[in-house]
Write a protein that binds this ligand. Structure first.
Ligand code: GRF
Length: 216
């Protein structure tokens, strides 16, 4: 029988409710999924997602950034130790609200993913849904990308659009986007874990082809 390749060991980093983390845990319950969620780490010990991960039998850890004061590098070294302890190969940032230094990002070059609730490069940063509505955007969406030192930049792995409807509230648009997030994050992690993504000239190729926008 041909041996199946080992599943990639993934850490999910969160700061809050962890609904994207939950989607990744759910996907990884399937034995044929090429990645396993080995640990969920939060910079906030009270993050709701930690408690949920524990109910799913996923080990959790808190590396509280506040105990390191302004020393960002000491925080990141502690984080790095936690990841090494678990033999982590890939990181998924999922609502992780700390900016990471170039030192940390470089350790994980091409091995750290993030999800952003907008069609990057539009609407980097916070409050993306309110800003999309205020700008009169007709399309909005979500993006999974590799993390680079610049915030909300980096090669786009998967992106999916949703319409912005007349009369949309921020909450209504956020809910429409979140549904997309929960679908594309497991998809992007699968593609990376299977080694099907190559970065060329700052762009991701899937199976050697330019990554398409998944239209709606
Ligand atoms: C998501 O909208 C994600 O795109 C953004 O932060 C939010 C986290 O939500 N980076 P959750 O904690 O995954 O529910």
């Amino acid at each position: 029988m041909p041996s199946t390749p080992a599943r990639k060991r993934v850490a999910v980093l969160i700061s809050g409710r962890g609904s994207n983390m939950a989607a990744l845990i759910e996907a990884a319950k399937n034995d044929t999924y090429p990645a396993e969620i080995v640990v969920v780490v939060s910079n906030d010990p009270t993050a709701k997602g930690l408690a949920y991960a524990a109910t799913q039998g996923v080990p959790t850890a808190a590396v509280d950034h506040r105990s390191f004061g302004k020393n960002r590098e000491a925080f990141e070294r502690a984080l790095q130790r936690e990841l090494e302890t678990h033999g982590i190969e890939l990181i998924c940032l999922a609502g992780f609200m700390r900016l990471l230094t170039p030192w940390f990002v470089r350790q994980w070059d091409g091995r750290m993913l993030n999800i952003h609730p907008a069609l990057l490069p539009a609407f980097k940063g916070l409050d993306t849904h309110a800003r999309a509505i205020a700008a009169g955007a007709k399309r909005h969406g979500a993006t999974v990308h590799f993390v680079v030192p610049e915030m909300d930049a980096g090669p786009i792995i998967v992106q999916e659009a949703v319409p912005v409807l007349a009369g949309d509230t921020e909450a209504a648009l956020a809910a429409r986007v979140l549904e997309v997030e929960h679908r594309i994050y497991p998809l992007a992690l699968k593609l990376v874990a299977e080694g099907r993504i190559r970065v060329e000239g700052g762009r991701c190729l899937i199976d050697g082809q330019p990554a398409p926008l998944i239209p709606r």
